[in-house]
Design a protein around this ligand. Sequence first.
Ligand SMILES: *Cc1c(COP(=O)(O)O)cnc(C)c1O
Length: 367
Amino acid sequence: MTLPARPELAGAAPYGAPQLAVPVRLNVNENPYAPPAAVIAAIASRVKAAAAQANRYPDRDFTELRHALRDYLAEESQATYLSADQIWAANGSNEVMLHVLQAFGGPGRTVTSFSPTYSMYPEYARDTFTTWLPGEREPDFSIDLERAIGHIDQTNPSVVLLASPNNPTGTAVPPATIEALAKHTAGRAILVVDEAYAEFRRPGTPSALALVPNYNHLAVVRTMSKAFAFAGVRLGYLAGSAELVGYLRTVRLPYHLSAITQAAALAALEHRQALMAQVAQLCVTRDYLAAKLRERDLEVPDSDANFVLFGRFADRHAVWQGLLDRGVLIREVGPDGWLRVSAGTEEETDLFLDALADVLDAPGRVG
Ligand SMILES: *Cc1c(COP(=O)(O)O)cnc(C)c1O
């Protein structure tokens, strides 16, 4: 018997970056360093206290966590003007953006972004019955303001998703472009700046958080998955106007953020100094990785994230497979011809570079 699924789900595959148990895993932009022992201990102690009250529902407005996230953003981006009611959080920033689409998208409405970009955006659209009409980035993956504005005027979206630094290209959108898009979308759309990789941005690349007080329709989305070495916990968050956050609160399921999650996130935020030291090391590794790939005459867009895109290959799948055969898993994603690799530990990064040299220099080379 066939099941009465929505027609748009016919033949659709669930999100599925391969989870393979190989020695070097550089495929999903995780922080390669495990949390330091002090952080693990703090998580355990906070979670133990939360477990003692597990018979009760958690604080559904996660008040303490909102204050801690506000304080962290004030420190990280000089965003001292945010109040706790301007912060939202959910189980990963994917869920935060789903809340945005649930509140501001919907049947008869359109969401746009600029491709190539994060592969989950069309899924949020599908799952909220919102029409997905992306525009395009330029060949160097930058966003041409006039073209972007033309696309917005043509498609009339109620939500614009702008990843900066972008995945899978690593490229950041200049602040002047973001502000011009904020001005252009005021009163017509929500502008989400997805800053999943913000902590890895290079000096001189500002966060869009500075714009939050000036535009009640602009929201900045962050995550603890990448910089905080916290992908396994699932904690993403947003900073925006209290009015915008109010709508997200309306569409969330009751008690969506478990007491265990809230406890673990609070512990990690308390230990942010130790975790940010890892971020600084990863930025050094990212730049080293880009330099080494360029030495091989490969193209690498400037990255403000913890990964780089590199290419181009006539047969990228063969390169990806060749690396996997040597125990190195990276990601086959983005425009044809390109591959994406995350900055690993120094050892993992060198293992990747050695394996790549092996694949590309082998007799009867591929790619
Ligand atoms: C990794 C990533 C996210 C974060 O996802 P979580 O649900 O917070 O783990 C969001 N946006 C982009 C562009 C990403 O690459």
